[in-house]
Ligand binder design. Structure first.
Ligand SMILES: *[C@@H]1O[C@H](CO)[C@@H](O)[C@H](O)[C@H]1NC(C)=O
Ligand SMILES: *[C@@H]1O[C@H](CO)[C@@H](O)[C@H](O)[C@H]1NC(C)=O
Ligand SMILES: *[C@@H]1O[C@H](CO)[C@@H](O)[C@H](O)[C@H]1NC(C)=O
Length: 280
């Protein structure tokens, strides 16, 4: 069996323990090559509708979750062969996880999927956690989503210009709090230009307000966005948050944010209402 190390550096930390005594230990750096191999295998599995490409990479106790529910892969989207038109994977080498965005625009089998993959200390995959949007999902139109996604630039942020994890996560959390917190919008680092791809609906560039502010909630007394799971990639300035969108039919939701120079640049959302048409 191949051993993929989410490379624990305890031995190295041990050597410097005297220096850092009393301070919290730095999080173990995880093996980016192993994260990348698993994300590639996941995309191959989704392309073929079969789990084989992931063989040898899955922990014995691994689980598959789709739209916030534990799901049999054969009954879920992972059991369907999809023609993938777009794929981007972001890496969280602190949490040992990745986030992959997939768009399959084929009108016969259209999907836009957001997938977090988590690795255990042995490097193997412990969880594949997907939001799989399709017909009836909020503002769903995979062809349009593809067209907009391909216009965006997600280049790595140059070292020295990167925001740290806490800044990136705080920006995403403030945005997610706007439905339930009347002052949260003040904590969102609004930027211009900023574009929001909500399902297939594009807000921002070319519109009167060249930002992601139009349409933000005015009712702050709604149920909160809960059960948040994070994948943060400082080199991309991004955080992906999967959650329960309680105020719209307890939907399964994915929000991805990218910051550039501390300011919000892109927002991508996927929202799935248990196979029913999403309605506010
Ligand atoms: C990282 O993972 C790759 C491939 O998964 C493996 O070949 C390599 O030995 C690993 N490196 C470390 C330092 O564990
Ligand atoms: C992250 O960056 C912010 C803003 O530059 C700074 O205030 C904060 O101390 C940094 N946090 C860490 C953990 O480095
Ligand atoms: C509401 O949001 C503001 C700004 O982010 C934050 O300071 C405050 O703690 C939040 N309140 C609650 C109850 O979460």
């Amino acid at each position: 069996m191949l051993m993929f190390g989410c490379f624990q550096v305890w031995a190295v930390l041990g050597a410097t323990a005297q220096v850092v005594r009393g301070a919290p230990l730095a999080p173990a750096e995880c093996n980016r090559t192993a994260l990348s191999a698993a994300a590639d295998a996941y995309v191959a599995a989704q392309t073929s509708g079969k789990l084989e490409p992931l063989q040898g990479l899955l922990d014995a106790s691994w689980t598959y979750q789709e739209n916030n529910e534990k799901t049999d892969t054969k009954k879920g989207v992972l059991g369907k062969a999809l023609k993938i038109d777009h794929r981007r994977t972001n890496f969280d080498t602190t949490a040992c996880a990745t986030y992959t965005e997939l768009v399959a625009a084929d009108p016969a089998n259209p999907y836009v999927i957001g997938t977090q993959i988590r690795h255990g200390a042995n490097g193997l995959v412990t969880l594949i956690d997907s939001i799989a949007s399709t017909t009836n999902s909020w503002l769903f139109d995979a062809k349009k989503t593809l067209q907009y996604v391909l216009q965006e630039k997600w280049d790595p942020i140059p070292e020295g210009k990167r925001d740290n994890r806490s800044v990136i996560q705080a920006a995403g959390d403030a945005y997610m709090d706007m439905w339930s917190n009347a002052t949260a919008h003040n904590a969102v680092p609004w930027g211009t230009p900023c574009t929001r791809l909500e399902g297939s609906a594009y807000t921002g560039k070319g519109q009167p307000d060249d930002s992601c502010k139009p349409g933000i909630p005015s009712n702050h007394n709604q149920a909160p966005n809960t059960h948040r799971r994070y994948v943060i990639d400082e080199s991309m300035g991004s955080v992906n948050i999967l959650c329960v969108w309680e105020h719209m039919m307890m939907a399964a939701d994915s929000h991805e944010f990218r910051l550039e120079g501390g300011k919000l640049r892109y927002v991508h959302t996927l929202t799935v209402c248990g196979g029913k048409p999403c309605k506010l």
